[in-house]
Design a protein around this ligand. Structure first.
Ligand code: APR
Ligand code: PHB
Length: 391
């Protein structure tokens, strides 16, 4: 088979890239290990930066987001005895939207299907070849067991942290940075109306807590737990009791309403960056090149920002034989990657307890500054709401 861009991975990065390329009349084939149902059911984050929403709007993918999503002006920061609202619109002129990554992936999948996108779900043994030639190709076994060779002009590695693309960049060429955090998140989905109008990020001596949501009837909440915590240790009542303590139930009239938990899982926390994000005719985007801890709500938005840079770069390369943007892709994308990696690390280390009393004092001092100083609050607002793509 032959196509112009072979895209490995049907997560948000791969699907959005195939969409942006198709708007430029560029063919692509999307390969995915999992089934479409699995990919679209995966529970992931749910905060969209304003630049992500603007891009989805601009490419005809904003309708359901605007109908069913929820625009938020900001977030609450709280710690024992204190609760502060940071208004991103006042501070940085930008809002954020609550709309699950699952819904974004469904919208993308539907749009690609309607556009007749060629998909191969359920593939295995995906491998990339001849990346330093102008005739790279991908080999894989299709869901019905057929060995396939897909020739392309370019390969886009949108295959997350466990796909083949990352490993295809030779050790002699790549550099990696990694930081693992001494805690994890216990995340729950609950069929109960959110007890807050906007997200609450809470520092507490027992550990961090976050109150997020998916809709007017579904709440999403997180608790800091030990790395690899056994979920069996956390019966539903214990989870709600601990959330109530850390989120300040009963303080200044605020109450947390518990409800039936429909899903719970423990998520690891780490930062990872791989440079360069290009090797010959292989271009990496999203989790294939970088992982951020979820505290800054950057994972999905960074994947979107990568492909928003990559699509015009590949269009210029394949349509005008102009490789300037493609040659600059890795450096340009990495500037935002490191900004978001720093912000996610900063939010994580400011809000998660380490057990060190000196750290706790430093964290509380930083929280008071961020919440009490316009400069501090604006810094958080600018990064959280998202800097313009291609900054
Ligand atoms: N062949 C084909 N597909 C593969 C392979 C392979 N060998 N290995 C992995 N994949 C697929 C995965 O099954 C997954 O569906 O690549 C896809 C990568 O998608 P994501 O992990 O969602 O990554 P990305 O599209 O970069 O989106 C990043 O997802 O994980 C969240 O927090 C992260 O929000 C961020 C966003
Ligand atoms: C979520 O809604 O799942 C969510 C929101 C904000 C975060 C992380 C996760 O920082």
């Amino acid at each position: 088979m032959r196509t112009e861009v072979a895209i490995i991975g049907a997560g948000p990065a791969g699907l959005l890239l195939s969409h942006l390329l198709s708007l430029e009349g560029i063919d692509s084939v999307v390969l995915e290990t999992r089934t479409r149902e699995y990919v679209e059911a995966r529970i992931r984050a749910g905060i969209l930066e304003s630049s992500t929403v603007e891009l989805l709007d601009a490419v005809g993918l904003g309708d359901r987001l605007r109908e069913e999503g929820d625009e938020h002006r900001g977030i609450y920061l709280r710690w024992p005895g204190e609760r502060h609202h940071l208004d991103f619109v006042d501070l940085a002129g930008r809002s954020v939207w609550v709309y699950g990554q699952t819904e974004v992936t469904k919208d993308l999948g539907r749009a690609r299907e309607e556009a007749g996108q060629e998909f191969y779900y359920g593939v295995s043994d995906t491998a990339v070849h001849d990346l330093t030639t102008d005739r790279p190709y991908v080999t894989f076994r299709s869901a019905d067991g057929e060995d396939v060779r897909l020739d392309a002009d370019v390969i886009a590695g949108c295959d997350g942290s466990f796909g083949p693309s990352r490993g295809a960049v030779p050790d002699a060429v790549k550099r990696t940075w990694e930081r693992t955090y001494p805690y994890s998140w216990l995340g729950i989905l609950a069929d109960v109306a959110p007890s807050t109008d906007e997200l609450i990020y809470a520092w507490h001596p027992n550990g961090f807590a976050l109150h997020s949501m998916r809709s007017e009837t579904v709440s999403r909440l997180y608790l800091q737990v030990a790395p690899g915590e056994d979920i069996a240790e956390w019966p539903d009542d214990r989870i709600w009791d601990e959330l109530a303590v850390r989120l300040g139930h009963g303080q200044d009239g605020w109450e947390l309403t518990p409800g039936p938990i429909t899903d719970k899982s423990v998520l690891p926390m780490r930062s990872y960056v791989m440079e360069p994000m290009r090797y010959g005719r292989l271009f990496l985007a999203g989790d294939a090149a970088h992982i951020v801890p979820p505290t800054g709500a950057k994972g999905l938005n960074l994947a979107v920002a990568d492909v928003a840079l990559l699509a015009p770069a590949l269009t210029a390369m394949l349509r005008k034989n102009n490789t300037a943007l493609a040659d600059a892709y890795s450096d340009t994308a990495l500037r935002r990657v490191w900004r978001c990696t720093h912000f996610s690390w900063w939010m994580t280390t400011m809000l998660h307890t380490s057990g060190d009393p000196f750290d706790a004092r430093l964290q509380l001092s930083q929280l008071r500054w961020v919440a009490g100083s316009e400069a501090g609050a604006t810094g958080l607002a600018e990064n959280y709401a998202g800097l313009p793509i291609g900054m």
